[in-house]
Design a protein around this ligand. Structure first.
Ligand code: UGA
Length: 432
């Protein structure tokens, strides 16, 4: 099939490349000329394991093209995916849909034969209705169909999540579109993905409800971790104990820092906004957002206690600063709250991240990037393990750190308390 992806962020690029790999002809379109020129040279704008090889392979095979010409790309394609950003509006909970609507307007100018227009961007319920209204101003109803097809890709695991999804959700009551899309996704369905055809509005809500549910699960275990710390229980035992009940499930029950990224914080807020507009209270999700917003302060209080209230001049190392491992994404990372706080209290921060230096910390005096673990840790009083990259898992810190009595605060529980005790290292984890 001939596909056009509008927007070459995580969703558009990963989905476009994976669709090409399944044998479709795909054009990835973006307004950003520099980005498109780089992509044509197989220079990938984001860190996503496995993506560059897949881009190279499919570009070389001629199935994958990059373009800044939206009009031509839409005309050449049968299925058009809108994959643009839907960030939170400044100081509000509402999602900013301006990029979605402007893409819809541009698409509407270029429809001469039947096209399926798919909203893959995460959008509030009724956005599909609005996109349909925009397009119908210029195009007859029998020439297009607007469908919701949310994505469930995790950054860092996006390719695997695309190829082996638990489900494919198609929100449309249009039989012709449903048939075409089932065919498009057939290679994934035949490998076990469940195909769910539902209404467009239900598909839009499924996306938000999934992310809000996962954010709730994480917040639940994070709050239980706080309780475990008081009661001297290991929260990991509790996660296993409850997660083995199939009704609960063990995934997304790892306690850690406040959840972050470009999705959970934004989508939980947007879901609350949708509920407010429908005069319905989603009190549970409001509590989740509130609890998560407070989590970084709670961990900072713990750090203050660990350092016996003496933060000034302490050398503190962060291992990993992105919102999670296997991504270079800093959006809503808890390190963005923690590092400035500790820096303001007079700590000298060093950090190492496998994806390199982060401009977010450039403005802070005494926050320094080191390009290897050893340089970042050797003079440390306190090492904060912030993300769980594999390369952090087997470090011999006793060998690397020159300071006596250094402390480890493991926010992802990747180290064993027993081993640390055996090695005489002062160790703190989450919920234990
Ligand atoms: C999330 C969803 O998992 C995807 O299904 C969805 O498609 C995506 O948002 C999106 O809406 O685009 P992502 O934000 O990339 O994916 O990352 P996750 O792996 O879900 O992690 C989100 C946050 O939760 C991170 O801060 C992570 O550290 C935290 N987390 C996750 C935990 O603290 N504990 C866990 O057990 C799992």
């Amino acid at each position: 099939m001939k596909l056009c992806m509008i927007g070459t962020g995580y969703v558009g690029l990963v989905s476009g490349v994976c669709f090409a790999d399944l044998g479709n002809e795909v054009i990835c379109v973006d307004k950003d000329k520099l980005k498109i020129n780089k992509l044509k040279k197989s220079i990938i704008p984001i860190y996503e394991p496995g993506l560059d090889e897949l881009v190279k392979k499919n570009f070389k095979a001629g199935r994958l093209k990059f373009s800044t010409d939206l009009a031509e790309s839409v005309q050449k394609s049968n299925i058009i995916f809108i994959c643009v950003g839907t960030p939170t509006k400044k100081n509000r909970y509402e999602a900013d849909l301006s990029q979605v609507y402007s893409a819809a307007k541009e698409i509407s100018k270029n429809i001469k034969s039947f096209k399926i227009i798919i909203n893959k961007s995460t959008v509030p319920v009724t956005t599909g209705d609005n996109v349909e209204k925009i397009i119908s101003k210029k195009v007859k109803h029998n020439l297009f169909s607007v469908v919701s097809n949310p994505e469930f890709l995790r950054e860092g695991e996006a390719i695997r999540d695309f190829i082996y999804p638990d489900r494919v959700v198609i929100g449309t009551k249009n039989k012709k579109s449903n048939k075409i899309l089932k065919n498009l996704y057939l290679p994934l369905i035949s490998k076990g993905a469940k195909y769910i055809n539902t209404s467009r509005r239900a598909a839009e809500l499924i996306k938000y409800a999934s992310n809000a549910f996962l954010a709730t699960k994480i917040t639940y275990i994070n709050e239980l971790a706080n309780l475990c710390e008081k009661l001297k229980i290991n929260v990991e035992d509790v996660s296993i104990g409850i997660g083995t009940d199939k009704r609960i499930g063990g995934r997304f029950l790892r306690a850690g820092p406040a959840y972050g990224g470009s999705c959970f914080p934004k989508d939980t807020r947007a879901l609350i906004d949708t509920a407010n507009k429908s005069k319905t209270s989603l009190s549970l999700i409001k509590t989740v957002v509130d609890s998560n917003d407070k989590r970084s302060n709670l961990l900072l209080k713990r750090i203050t206690t660990i350092l016996k209230n003496k933060i000034k001049n302490k050398k503190i190392t962060f291992l990993g600063v992105t919102f999670k491992a296997n991504t270079d994404d800093m959006r809503e990372s808890s390190s963005l709250k923690m590092i400035p706080f500790l820096n303001k209290k007079g700590a000298k921060i060093r950090y190492y991240d496998p994806t390199g230096k982060k401009s977010e910390f450039d403005k802070f005096k005494n926050v320094e990037f080191k390009n290897n673990i050893k340089d970042a840790c050797e003079l440390s009083d306190l090492i904060i393990l912030h993300t769980e990259w594999n390369e952090f898992k087997l470090i011999d810190l006793k060998k690397i750190v020159k300071k006596k009595n250094f402390i480890i605060y493991d926010l992802r529980n990747i180290y064993s308390s027993e081993k640390m005790k055996k090695n005489n290292i002062k160790y703190f984890g989450i919920g234990k």
